[in-house]
Write a protein that binds this ligand. Structure first.
Ligand code: ADP
Ligand code: MG
Length: 218
C-alpha cells in the first residue's frame, strides 16, 4: 500500500470546547490508485488531507506513507516527506507572482533538489502551457493558472498527490478539462491521487470514492 491510515483522530480546541473533527479514520490507497473524498462543508476533508500531507499532526492513529510512519516523525521529518513524496494542489493556485510560468513549474522540484528540465518541458506541453512559459501568473486565466499549479506539483514526481477541491475556483467546463489533464498525468506517472471534491461528476471519474461524515468514513 502507498498509504495506510489507521484510527486517525483530530480534535480542535474551540471557544465552545473541544470539537472532534476526525473520530477514527481508516483508509488505504494503493500505488497509482485514484480516490475521491466527498463530504459536506466542515466535515473535516481538508483536515484529513493536511494530516496525510504532514502539514499538521493528528492526536491519535497512524499514517503510513510509502513505508514510513508519518506520525513518528518530527516537524522536520514530515517536511522532508512532504517535499520528497507528497504533492499538494489546493483550490487557490498559490503561484508565485514574481516568477515566470517556467520557474513556477520548476519551483517545487528545485526545492526538493529534483529539477529535471526535460520533465518540466514535458509537463508544460501536456498541460498546454508551452506558449505561456515566459509569462507571469497574472497574465493567465484561472484554468491556466491551475494547470501551472498541477504541473508544479508533479514536477518533483511525487508518489502521492493530494488535491483539495483543486477545480473549485473554475467554471464547470474548465474544471472538467483541468481534472482530465490531471488524471491523465497522475496516471502516467503512477502516482496515487487523493482528491477532495464537491462534484459527484468529478468524483465519478476516480477509481474509488469515500464519503466523510460525522468524523468517520461512511
Ligand atoms: P472541510 O474541508 O470538509 O470543509 P475542514 O477540515 O476545513 O472541513 O474543517 C472541519 C471542521 O473543523 C470545521 O468545523 C472547521 O471550522 C473546523 N476547523 C478547521 N480547522 C480548524 C482549526 N485550526 N481550529 C479550529 N477549528 C478548525
Ligand atoms: Mg475543505
Amino acid at each position: 500500500m502507498l498509504l495506510t491510515v489507521t484510527d486517525l483522530t483530530k480534535t480542535y480546541a474551540t471557544a465552545d470546547g473541544p470539537f472532534a473533527v476526525l473520530r477514527g479514520i481508516n483508509l488505504t490507497l494503493a500505488e497509482g490508485e485514484t480516490l475521491a473524498l466527498t463530504g459536506e462543508s466542515g466535515s473535516g476533508k481538508s483536515t484529513l488531507l493536511h494530516l496525510i500531507g504532514g502539514l499538521d499532526a493528528p492526536d491519535g492513529g497512524r499514517i503510513i506513507l510509502n513505508g514510513t510512519d508519518l506520525t513518528a516523525l518530527d516537524d522536520a521529518g514530515r517536511a522532508r516527506m512532504r517535499r520528497e513524496t507528497v504533492g499538494v494542489v489546493f483550490q487557490q493556485f498559490n503561484l508565485i507572482p514574481s516568477l515566470r510560468i517556467a520557474d513556477n513549474i520548476a519551483f517545487q522540484a528545485r526545492l526538493a533538489d529534483r529539477h529535471d528540465a526535460d520533465w518540466c518541458a514535458t509537463l508544460a506541453g501536456r498541460m498546454g502551457l508551452t506558449p505561456q512559459l515566459r509569462k507571469y501568473p497574472e497574465q493567465l486565466s484561472g484554468g491556466q493558472q491551475q494547470r501551472v499549479a498541477i504541473a508544479r506539483t508533479l514536477a518533483p514526481r511525487p508518489r502521492l498527490v493530494l488535491a483539495d477541491e483543486p477545480t473549485g475556483n473554475l467554471d464547470e467546463t474548465t474544471a472538467a478539462q483541468v481534472l482530465a489533464l490531471m488524471l491523465e498525468l497522475v496516471t502516467d506517472t503512477g502516482a496515487g491521487l487523493l482528491m477532495v471534491t464537491h462534484s459527484d461528476r468529478l468524483a465519478g471519474q476516480m477509481q474509488r470514492r469515500l464519503h466523510l461524515a460525522q468524523g468517520l468514513i461512511a
